[in-house]
Design a protein around this ligand. Sequence first.
Ligand code: ITT
Ligand code: MG
Length: 199
Amino acid sequence: MQQRFPEERIVIASHNPGKVWEIGELLAPVGLQVVSADSLGLPEPEETGLTFAANAELKAMAAAIGAGLPALADDSGLVVPALGGAPGIYSARWAGPDKDFGLAMERIRRELAGAEDRSAYFVCALALGWPDGSCEVFEGRVHGTLVFPPRGALGFGYDPIFLPEGESETFGEMAPERKHAMSHRARAFAQLRHRLSDG
Ligand SMILES: O=P(O)(O)OP(=O)(O)OP(=O)(O)OC[C@H]1O[C@@H](n2cnc3c(O)ncnc32)[C@H](O)[C@@H]1O
Ligand SMILES: [Mg+2]
């Protein structure tokens, strides 16, 4: 690992503070120094990919090449089968320019009216990119049910309407360490850590 991370530093290629915090917590056991894309003044690339993996890869590569350091990007979202998979890769865009997730959650409630299937899942694609242009992607998912009205003020984004399978608290009500034990992001990280420890 020392050889692959010559400066023991990694860029977190995300401009979402909720995500950057969670990634910092999940990366802590790896023992790398974390640098945010914001602190390096890196621009936010346009997410033109049509899959979570493609968007994660383009964000990781933009940061790795921009910073000359390994970079980790996360592209994630909420998939609602009864809405044909929406908001999916458009999860951030559904909140509009003001990043109003109250509005986005209300839109889901409205569009689901009358639908019997309330299932949903979160997806997280994590891309680890290198300044030499190589990149690896790891994906994690967590399944659950949507609840309305939203419950809890913890977490970020769509957490208050997501009740993970077998749980009584939404991600918005759950202590962060519980979310980190089961989330889509934690599952993608488990694969990433496994890969890093393989060398
Ligand atoms: O692209 P970056 O800069 O990383 O930040 P972003 O917020 O735009 O991130 P995405 O493009 O990956 O969009 C994912 C959206 O999906 C939602 N989301 C992802 N993971 C989530 C989680 O753990 N809990 C709640 N909502 C989540 C959240 O609203 C994000 O804004
Ligand atoms: Mg984004």
